[in-house]
Design a protein around this ligand. Structure first.
Ligand SMILES: *Cc1c(COP(=O)(O)O)cnc(C)c1O
Length: 424
């Protein structure tokens, strides 16, 4: 029975892992246990190759690269959107790769937030990533409202949100709802289908930030009838630092004019007519603004191939196994050291990472880094550990917990100050 807590057991799990071959597709720094794929995914050989190919197309075609070569730049945002659509359960025309998470949120709120009569407020939550909240407040300000128009549903325990409380807050004053799919700290999955249904029954539009779910869990945005969504591509999708983000708009909204228009919002046939009246694209492409960041989109060409080959269902299955195994090891090996597991335990509520709290978290993270385990720290006392299905092994999880145990037993963390770094 105790054999589950041995390295042999971990290796055995690896030998049965149907996705194990994908690890070789990535650059894993020697002897380092990377547990930070939920902040910045690792570089894959495919992503690297697609950047080189893109550079070659610039070298070879110059201006004609917009329409020539294997990946004509003019259509790249749409073709990558099509390639990503399966990951969110969307029709191919409903997704486009463009902008950044925060810019896309601005775009979608300025398109879908239409305060009218007594319906003037935006409903969000109190645990979301700050950028989303800053953007929502800025959008309210543009429309002449102050922060009191932003309703932030509170959390009972500081980690989880209760869908019933969110639904309760969907009052007749609410014009728009923006929520995360997976909370960036606790990793809780919100029930997007249920929330969307409740919002629509009350005549409210709803959108989701998928930054922490894209590439980690499957979605059915179209079938759930979600109005819009947006996400980054540098976390679980492994697009590289600053890779271009994406957005989804349900086809029922095709034809609505983009809140932030630009010439890349155009119907592609009409764009070069250079008219001063915009004819928008008839699909999610309408929510682009200007010239695409082609070099920052290039890694996605290769990175997304890996998702197609592995399949999001298999990725999710392994991810759940990895995090369940990690929780089991933490409970067994670290029980004397006051860690609190703050992510949901239940499989259908747990996203792709483990979230621990400990009063010495900042310095424990520094000690982990010294020992070549890469976690991330979330102020004031959170440690996120993301064993990623495409490149982490069960042995990585085993090593991570053993190293953490050693750091606690030997009090190695005491060598460091308990403060965060500039980027953590
Ligand atoms: C990572 C993340 C962002 C980052 O936004 P950028 O515009 O890409 O900097 C925003 N929201 C959430 C929930 C995130 O997890």
């Amino acid at each position: 029975m105790e054999e589950i807590y041995t390295k042999t057991y971990a290796k055995n799990l690896d030998s049965q892992d149907e996705l194990r071959a994908f690890r070789n597709e990535f650059y894993l720094e020697n002897e380092c246990v990377y547990m930070d794929g939920n902040s910045l995914g690792l570089m894959s050989k495919r992503a690297e190759q697609s950047v080189y190919d893109l550079l070659a197309s610039w070298k070879e075609y110059a201006i004609d690269g917009w329409t020539e070569g294997n990946q004509p730049w003019y259509y790249l945002s749409e073709s990558l959107g099509e390639k990503m659509a399966g990951l969110v359960g969307a029709e191919k025309e409903e997704v486009v790769v463009t902008g950044s998470t925060t810019v896309n949120l601005h775009q979608l709120v300025s398109t879908f937030y239409k305060p009218e009569g007594s319906r003037t407020k935006i409903l969000a939550d109190s645990l979301n990533f700050p950028s989303d909240i800053y953007a929502l407040k800025a959008q309210l300000k543009i429309k002449g409202y102050d922060d009191s128009h932003l309703i932030q549903v509170q959390s009972e325990d500081g980690h989880m949100l209760d869908e019933e409380a969110i639904i309760h807050a969907m009052t007749e004053e609410v014009a728009l709802i923006v929520l995360p799919s997976v909370l960036y700290r606790s990793g809780q999955i919100l029930d997007m289908e249920k929330l969307t249904k409740a919002a629509h029954e009350r005549g409210i539009k709803i959108g989701f930030d998928l930054c922490h779910s894209i590439g980690a869990i499957p979605h059915q945005l179209h079938d759930w009838n979600v109005d819009f969504a947006f996400w980054c591509t540098y976390k679980h999708l492994n697009g590289g630092p600053g890779s271009v983000a994406a957005l989804y708009v349900n086809e029922k909204h095709f034809g609505v004019s983009p809140g932030l228009a630009g010439w890349f919002s155009s119907n592609k046939e009409k764009q070069f007519d250079m008219e001063h009246t915009l004819t928008s694209a008839e699909d999610a492409g309408a929510f682009q603004i200007g010239t695409p960041h082609v070099l920052s989109a290039a890694p996605l060409i290769g990175a997304l191939d890996l998702f197609h080959e592995a399949g999001i269902e298999r990725i999710r299955r392994k991810s759940l196994q990895l995090t369940a195994y990690m929780m089991d090891l933490i409970e067994h090996e670290l029980k004397d050291f006051n860690f609190i597991i703050c992510n949901p335990i239940n499989d259908n509520r747990r996203g792709g990472h483990i979230y621990l709290e400990h009063s010495e978290a900042a310095r424990i993270c520094k000690a982990l880094k010294m020992k070549k385990v890469i976690p991330d720290f979330r102020k004031p006392s959170g440690i996120r550990l993301a064993p990623v299905a495409l490149y982490n092994s069960f042995e990585d999880v085993y090593d991570c917990v053993q190293i953490l145990k050693n750091i606690m037993q030997e009090k190695i963390y005491e060598q460091f100050s308990n403060e965060r770094e500039v980027v953590s």
